[in-house]
Design a binder for this molecule. Structure first.
Ligand SMILES: *[C@@H]1O[C@H](CO)[C@@H](O)[C@H](O)[C@H]1NC(C)=O
Ligand SMILES: *[C@@H]1O[C@H](CO)[C@@H](O)[C@H](O)[C@H]1NC(C)=O
Ligand SMILES: *[C@@H]1O[C@H](CO)[C@@H](O)[C@H](O)[C@H]1NC(C)=O
Length: 506
């Protein structure tokens, strides 16, 4: 089992505990690689079945037989969970929860918890400094597995939260050799002392075959943010923009206090940071409700709904089931989520062209969607810019359930009293020629794209007078008559060439 070279290494290490690279080992492909030193401040706990932290079995990388006796099965993949900075020196509740969910939903998997609490329960800068050491301990464990069980690094998935994300990165970069770790997932990687650092001093796409990260608390205060803002992976997810998360505001504090007692305060503070973990757990628990995220330049562009495109790997699944597509550059992906599990929301991009007869309107309207499987209820829409003539407006709408294929839209203009008043004034100044009709706003066309299905639909007004939407009115739009799949494909190719005029004559 033990090779001669590594035996020498172990014999030398065991009595010392603090050692430097002791043997230059060769990996399977014969490339020279120095063995990383084992500092031994981290405890590796193999999670067996449902149970508490005390039920875990401690494996010692210096004594490979402990892996066998703890039940490590080298036919199965290995997942290593690494926690972050610790304020109270206690293992946080999510660690066991994640371990349990991984074990139950994946069936066959070795789940190891890195316990570096003694190094993590320090002032933040010290804990941050310790991350490199802990990363080396993990690399040492992985080398032991390679040597004693021919366990390939590509079967390893490191999942690190906060400082644990950078630890996982250091584990990957310390491993050396030609074979990289299969996957690293960074759950809201820590920001302070890592933001803006060179790629060798933080988690980066170089640290594994595939790296993904979920950023959930990048809200900046006094130049610092708890979670790192910059992209550090192949795919970087920014749920709800990444700065802060729904359900984490201080209004939820009282609810958290009722739920957790005085710990509720801490729960509120950690809420957005730890959301990254729960989004990942959600992806394992709710397999039928996988959250889809879309590549976008920034969050304000995403809010306009212009980014719901899945061509050329521009979209991907958040969490465990991510599609592993490697690319040179980091991709930033955005999505909206609910405030609790299951977090999935369905994204729709709306494009509406207004042919407006007075300049500078700031309308507020609600829209209700009816699909083949259900209805949405009234959704308020706010326009970022005021509405002016012949311009196409685009915005994002999210729904918390699947209402099937869209069939019908119902528009309702708000602020009636004010509007009618204003309208009457306008009318007295400019007498309109048309008989009775008040062509306040004319809606040219409405096209809707569903992010999750990538389906496009166009809608036409159901009224007799075309698309004339008046104040105080509710207007119903139905699928345009030509909205058959074949026509739709044609329109998709020259969407821009479809004019208001054409729609009016459908
Ligand atoms: C290891 O796991 C495989 C399934 O992946 C199983 O068939 C085998 O029996 C396990 N070995 C031991 C010793 O439990
Ligand atoms: C908007 O379009 C309509 C019809 O195409 C046209 O008559 C009108 O002059 C346009 N208004 C502006 C401000 O371009
Ligand atoms: C799309 O463009 C082609 C030529 O570029 C044109 O012949 C066709 O009518 C257009 N289709 C629509 C629906 O506008």
């Amino acid at each position: 089992m033990l090779s001669v070279k590594s035996l020498i290494c172990h014999v030398m290490i065991t009595p010392l505990l603090f050692v430097f690279p002791c043997v230059v080992d060769t990996d399977q492909r014969g490339i020279l690689r120095p063995k990383v030193p084992y500092i031994g401040n981290s405890v590796f706990r193999l999670y067996s079945e449902e149970g508490s932290m005390e039920d875990t079995c401690t494996v010692n990388p210096l004594q490979p037989h402990t892996l066998t006796s703890c039940g490590f099965n080298s036919s199965n993949p290995l997942i290593v969970i690494t926690h972050g900075w610790s304020v109270d020196g206690m293992m946080e509740g999510w660690v066991l929860r994640l371990a349990k969910v991984l074990k139950t939903s994946l069936g066959h998997a070795n789940v190891v918890i890195t316990d570096w609490l003694t190094l993590a329960h320090q002032h933040y800068p010290i804990a941050a400094q310790n991350t490199r050491t802990v990363g080396q301990d993990i690399a040492y464990l992985l080398q032991t597995l390679q040597e004693n069980f021919q366990f390939p690094a590509k079967k390893v998935h490191l999942i690190g939260y906060s400082l644990g994300a950078h630890i996982s990165g250091f584990a990957g970069s310390s491993l050396g050799g030609s074979e990289k770790i299969g996957r690293i997932t960074g759950l809201d990687p820590a920001g302070p002392l890592f933001e803006g650092m060179s790629s060798t001093d933080r988690l980066s796409p170089d640290d594994a075959e595939f790296v993904d990260a979920i950023h959930t608390f990048t809200h900046e205060r006094m130049g610092l943010s708890v979670g790192i803002k910059q992209a550090v992976a192949h795919y970087d997810f920014y749920p709800n923009g990444g700065a802060f998360q729904p359900g984490c505001d201080f209004q939820s504090l009282y609810q958290h206090i009722t739920e957790y007692g005085l710990m509720g305060f801490e729960q509120t503070v950690k809420c957005a940071h730890e959301r990254s973990v729960h989004l990942f757990i959600d992806s394992l628990l709710n397999k039928d409700k996988q959250s889809m995220a879309y590549r976008c330049s920034d969050n304000s562009a995403f809010d306009k709904g212009v980014c719901l495109d899945c061509r050329k790997n521009r979209c991907n699944t958040l969490g465990y089931d991510i599609k592993r597509v490697r690319s040179g550059r980091s991709k930033k992906l955005f999505l909206k989520t609910r405030s609790q599990m299951p977090y999935k929301l369905y994204h729709y991009q709306f494009r509406i062209q207004f042919v407006n007869h007075i300049e500078g309107l700031e309308p507020s309207l609600t829209i209700a969607l009816t699909g083949t499987k259900g209805e949405s209820g009234d959704l308020p829409i706010s326009f970022i810019e005021e509405i002016s003539s012949n311009k196409t407006y685009t915005f994002l709408i999210t729904l918390d359930r699947d209402i099937g294929e869209l069939m019908l839209l119902r528009f309702h203009w708000e602020g009636l009293a004010l509007w009618t008043n204003m309208w009457n004034r306008v009318q007295t100044i400019i007498p309109w020629s048309s008989a009775g009709n008040k062509p306040l706003l004319t809606v040219g066309k409405i096209s809707v794209k569903a992010g999750e299905t990538q389906e496009r639909t166009t809608f036409c007004a159901k009224t007799n007078d075309g698309q004339h939407v008046q104040v105080s009115q509710e207007v119903v739009f139905v699928r345009c008559r030509d909205d058959s799949p074949r026509q739709r494909r044609r329109k998709l190719h020259n969407l821009s060439s479809v004019s208001v005029h054409q729609i009016e004559h459908l």
